[in-house]
Design a protein around this ligand. Structure first.
Ligand SMILES: [Zn+2]
Length: 64
């Protein structure tokens, strides 16, 4: 699992999400429920919240 930093494009709320795949492969945007908006909103993928050596790199589609 990798922790990612996401930001709601509507209200600006930042949150972390744990995912078992490389979110950057989704084009840098993902739809998630925003607690502040109380609705599904587009979130920008700001980056990985893990140390550099644990972060998947863009384009490196490695499957365990
Ligand atoms: Zn929001």
């Amino acid at each position: 699992m990798t922790r990612w930093i996401l930001k709601c494009t509507v209200c600006g709320e930042e949150r972390e999400l744990e995912a078992g795949f490389n979110l950057t492969l989704l084009g840098g945007k993902v739809y998630l429920y925003c607690r502040r908006c109380r609705a599904n909103r587009e979130h920008l993928v700001l980056g990985c919240a893990e140390p550099d050596d644990l972060c998947p790199t863009v384009g490196a589609d490695v499957i365990d």
